[in-house]
Write a protein that binds this ligand. Structure first.
Ligand code: ZN
Ligand code: ZN
Length: 136
């Protein structure tokens, strides 16, 4: 059981349901960017009565709790179990998405956002292009 999940739920007076625990565990086990559909597939055996809307609702809750991040890839929403600052490489051919480490100086962008009256929460970069597998 994820102690972070349990602690975050208890802190907000929310119930630690087996459903939430199983979804959280599946996310950590998969340990990559996943769609809600993929996640549903991963928990189907353990949670046979769970449908896609429940997975979305659970992921939205996890997002609120800071346990996942949303990443967009050409119209698909992926959920990222990694929530520390990092950036992404998105392949325009196969749609793969990987993490990339870089200390990006985002101060100028944050300043420009503020000038437009936008209050930023986080800045992350997406590099669009062709992945190694596709360019071989
Ligand atoms: Zn590719
Ligand atoms: Zn990521």
């Amino acid at each position: 059981m994820s102690n972070i999940l349990t602690a975050s739920l208890r802190e907000r007076g929310m119930r630690v349901t087996s459903q939430r625990v199983v979804v959280d565990r599946a996310l950590r086990e998969l340990d990559r960017h996943v769609t809600a559909d993929e996640l549903l597939g991963a928990v189907a055996e353990r949670l046979p009565n769970v449908a896609l809307p429940t997975i979305y609702a659970t992921l939205e809750l996890f997002e609120e709790l800071g346990l996942v991040r949303r990443v967009q890839r050409a119209g698909t929403t992926l959920f990222d179990p990694r929530t520390d600052p990092h950036h992404h490489l998105v392949c325009t051919r196969c749609g793969s998405i990987e993490d990339v480490e870089c200390d990006l100086d985002t101060v100028a962008l944050e300043r420009a956002a503020r000038r437009q009256g936008f209050e930023h929460e986080r800045v992350e970069a997406v590099v669009h292009g062709v992945c190694q597998a596709c360019s071989d």
